[in-house]
Design a protein around this ligand. Structure first.
Ligand SMILES: Cc1cc2nc3c(=O)[nH]c(=O)nc-3n(C[C@H](O)[C@H](O)[C@H](O)COP(=O)(O)OP(=O)(O)OC[C@H]3O[C@@H](n4cnc5c(N)ncnc54)[C@H](O)[C@@H]3O)c2cc1C
Length: 80
């Protein structure tokens, strides 16, 4: 099992399950085995498998919001 500070890249999350005995999330990483975690943060984009797991397949379909563009400007110096 990965330690808290491990960063693992180039692994596709294929399924997420809930281990009812441990209360943890079990993340399947394709052919690379699985990992258990207390917390899963879904940052996997518009076709998020994490969202699919949480909301179910029937609530998964992304829908066009009608926005074509959104943006803004700010003074770069306000960063510093
Ligand atoms: C052509 C184009 C132009 C855009 N231009 C702008 C712009 O000018 N300004 C702007 O603000 N926004 C723009 N956007 C939108 C912006 O790219 C997205 O809103 C933003 O990238 C979303 O970030 P995210 O982190 O949610 O997802 P993403 O950037 O999509 O990142 C998701 C990551 O998760 C990974 N991933 C997905 N599924 C899995 C999985 N099962 N297992 C493991 N990893 C997985 C992906 O490989 C990816 O690295 C543009 C989008 C497109 C397509």
């Amino acid at each position: 099992m990965a330690e808290a500070a491990d960063v693992v890249t180039y692994r596709e999350v294929t399924t997420i399950k809930h281990n009812l005995q441990t209360g943890k999330a079990v993340v399947q990483l394709g052919d690379f085995g699985e990992d258990e975690a207390d917390l899963v943060i879904g940052a996997d984009g518009i076709n998020s498998i994490v969202r699919r797991h949480l909301l179910g397949t029937e609530n998964f379909c992304p829908q066009y919001s009608g926005y074509a563009w959104a943006g803004g400007c700010m003074d770069l110096e306000s960063f510093y």
